[in-house]
Structures are given as C-alpha cells and as structure tokens.
Design a protein around this ligand. Structure first.
Ligand code: HEC
Length: 241
C-alpha cells in the first residue's frame, strides 16, 4: 500500500515535470516572438508572458522608459544636455511634458514621429521595432501613466542567449551601444561583442551598479529578475545558445 502511494507520487512528479517542461517551452516560444507586453498578453491584470505590468497597465518603468532612454535620450539627441528641439526624453515627467496626449496615441507627436521617414525619421539611425511601437501605443492609449513597481512575469531559469539575454540588451542597451552610437566605445550588438564585456567583467559590474563601474543602463536599473537571468547565463559560461 505504502509502495503504491509512493509509486503514484512518483508518477505525479513525472507528470508535473512534463507539464512544467511543456509550459516552459511555450513561454520560451512566446518570448522569441514578442518580448513586450501587449493587451492580449494581460490576463485579469496579471502578465501571462514575460514582461511587467501593474493592474493591467503596460509598465512604464520596465517596458517603456528603457526604450526612450536607449533610443532617444542619447548624448547628441534628447538627453538633458543636448535637448534636441526642446525634447528631453530621460524620465517620466520629461517624456509626458510635451508630445504625448494621454489616451490618444495617434494624436501624440512622440508616437507619430516613430513612423516618419527620411530626415524626420525617429530615431534617425533605425526605426523602433514593431513590438516597441506597439508597446508605446498601448501605453499612451491606456493613459500614459507612470506605472512603476510592476508585477513582472519572469522566469530567471530561462536564460538562453538568443531568447532571453539578447532581447533584454536590445530593449535597454543597444540604442547606445551599436555602430554609430558607441557609448564608452562599447558595442553590444552580436554575441561576440557581448562576450567581450562578459569576459572583462564590465557587463555584470555595470548592470549590478557595483562600485568601480559606470551604472547601466544610464539613469535606470534593469528589473532584478533580468539581472538574475544575465548572471545565471554568465555563471553558465555565457554560451552562444
Ligand atoms: C543612454 C545611453 C546608454 C544606455 C541606454 C546604456 N548605456 Fe552603457 N554606456 C553608455 C555610455 C555613454 C558609456 C560610457 C560611460 C563613461 O565612460 O562614463 C557606457 C558604458 C558602458 C559600459 C562600461 C562600464 C564601465 O564601468 O566601464 C558597459 C559595460 C555598458 N555601458 C553596458 C551597458 C548595458 C549592459 C546597458 C543596458 C542594460 C547599457 N550599457 C545601456 C551609454 C548607455
């Protein structure tokens, strides 16, 4: 009898392990296609795919601010020093101050400009991804709120380079660390370039805001779970997987 119970427990464990595996494969997949939150991924206000939200609202702090900081608030563009065309795009108050009509993305200059072409294209070097544009649109249409302290759906045990690490860097870092815009002369596009910053210790030092390193991303900090993911990946030897 005792043996039977044990046996069925074992079966249950195996069944849950298989379920967990299937769920994590699905999540991994959803992460590849859409690392940003959109309306469809919110379920009763809780995120159901990787990302952060607060009471059903797109998370300004984790999903929107990093886009503005890495793609707009760069030196020579819309940082506090350059203030190109009077726009400083480095904090919530500065971003909503002008060019955003809460609730009306298509009437917001800061959204419309993402679709300009030629000289007026913003950012000038490369347009934002569709997922980034969609996140900004949804955030404005939800009222352009300063959503902080968000609930994040994040599984730190999923830390493959291509599906987990690269999307974090693309969202929060590469705007300032790519050819044509090399902050600190550091390139974070492509595995080989990222690996250089892993090996010299600068990547972890900067994102953990450790003493002796320049804190990154400039003016903010990645969510804890993202830092843990990157740390897990580095601890595993930072494979190109
Ligand atoms: C708004 C632009 C901007 C963003 C966003 C940004 N960086 Fe930087 N980064 C810079 C600049 C500029 C420097 C050079 C700073 C200096 O030398 O004072 C730099 C320096 C660094 C350094 C060298 C740090 C050191 O102590 O020498 C690393 C590593 C780095 N960034 C990684 C990142 C990572 C990882 C992210 C994303 C999580 C990121 N950066 C986001 C602009 C940016």
């Amino acid at each position: 009898m005792k043996f039977d119970v044990l046996k069925s427990r074992k079966k249950q464990t195996i069944a849950s392990a298989i379920m967990l595996f299937m769920i994590s494969t699905m999540l991994l997949d959803s992460c590849v296609h859409d690392p940003f939150l959109d309306g469809d991924t919110l379920n009763g206000g809780e995120p159901t795919t990787p990302g952060c939200t607060n009471g059903g609202q797109v998370c300004f702090e984790s999903s929107i601010l990093p886009i503005f900081i890495s793609s707009c608030a760069r030196s020579g563009c819309h940082d506090a020093t350059t203030r190109e065309e009077g726009y400083v795009l480095d904090s919530y108050n500065n971003i909503v101050r002008k060019g955003i009509s809460p609730g009306n993305a298509s009437g917001s200059k800061l959204y419309k400009v993402l679709f300009e072409t030629g000289e007026d294209q913003m950012p000038p070097d490369a347009p934002l991804s569709q997922a980034q544009k969609d996140s900004i649109k949804l955030w404005i249409n939800q009222g352009a709120k300063n959503t902080v302290d968000c609930a994040c759906y994040c599984d730190a045990s999923l830390f493959a380079y291509n599906t987990a690490i690269k999307p974090i860097l693309e969202n929060a870092c590469v705007g300032c660390h790519k050819t044509g815009s090399l902050g600190g002369n550091i390139n974070l596009v492509g595995y080989a370039n990222v690996k250089v910053q892993v090996n010299n210790g600068n990547l972890m030092g900067s994102i953990k805001h450790a003493t002796g390193f320049v804190p990154m991303p400039q003016g903010s900090k990645l969510p804890d779970c993202d830092i843990t993911k990157i740390q897990n990946w580095v601890d595993a030897g930072a494979p190109n997987n």
